[in-house]
Design a protein around this ligand. Structure first.
Ligand code: Z5A
Length: 216
């Protein structure tokens, strides 16, 4: 399959606004007449959704870090094959809510399995496909937790890991993005409209075609 579309990924800790901005971006792309496929990870396929259920919603189950890593990647292999590659081959914008950065940060750094190992295994799962741009939404864990609380969200198995873990995740994202020319950190403080405007500005500069001359 040839690779023609645009692969965009929204990343960041829980509650930073990824779902909100994926939705707003998808609406913007549609208003520009651009075809978009939007999906979340882990998930997006039948296998991925089944793995998601096991990983996030069974606190009674012992899941060793190594198993957690391999399950995330088992879901990703199906996601790439069934969702990402076909969308790009159709020439669409593939907009993913989390992708490989989540594995690098949560399993590689957060669980201490190592960045190199997470990268190597991830490359096997993805066949080497990489996003054209990773947008890391940056918000301190306390701010994200406040948003989640005010939305009445309960913690899942990974979210219940505590402050030190969340702080490692927050710092990990920044470090990864700062060393990656295909990633950008966007300040996620402020109203959804303000944050969305920052993301759109980044896209206009990064991708003059198709976003350079757009408004809104
Ligand atoms: N995980 C992993 O460990 N390794 C991997 O490789 C992958 C994933 C792929 C998936 O969680 C979990 O899997 C995640 C990492 C792990 N676990 N943790 N922890 P998920 O998909 O269920 O949830 P999440 O990614 O953590 O996202 P979330 O909680 O749904 O948050 P969000 O999508 O970033 O935020 P949101 O839902 O758009 O916004 C949260 C609330 O804030 C909501 O009520 C909004 O209306 C509100 N909001 C949004 N923006 C604003 C602004 N600007 N101001 C005020 N309020 C706002």
């Amino acid at each position: 399959m040839s690779r023609t579309g645009l692969f965009l990924v929204l990343e960041g800790g829980e509650g930073v606004g990824k779902t909100t901005h994926a939705l707003l971006l998808a609406q913007w792309f549609a208003s520009l007449g651009l075809a978009v496929t939007r999906a979340r990870e882990p998930g997006g396929t039948r296998l991925g959704e089944a793995i998601r259920e096991v990983l996030l919603h069974h606190r009674e189950m012992e899941i060793p870090p190594e198993s957690e890593l391999l399950l995330m990647l088992a879901a990703r292999a199906a996601f790439v094959r069934e969702v990402v590659r076909p969308a790009l081959a159709r020439g669409e914008i593939m907009l993913a809510d989390r992708f490989e950065y989540s594995t690098f940060v949560y399993q590689g750094l957060g669980r201490g399995l190592g960045l190199d190992r997470a990268r190597d295994l991830n490359a096997f799962a993805t066949g080497g496909i990489r996003p054209d741009l990773v947008v890391v939404l940056d918000l301190p864990p306390s701010g994200a937790a406040a948003r989640r609380r005010s939305a009445g969200r309960a913690d899942d198995r990974i979210e219940g890991e505590g402050e030190a873990f969340l702080t490692r995740i927050h710092a990990g994202y920044r470090v990864l993005a700062e060393g990656d020319p295909d990633a950008v950190v966007v300040d996620a403080e402020g109203t959804p409209e303000e944050v969305q405007a920052r993301i759109r500005s980044v896209l206009r500069v990064r991708f003059p075609e198709p976003f350079g001359s757009t408004e809104g």
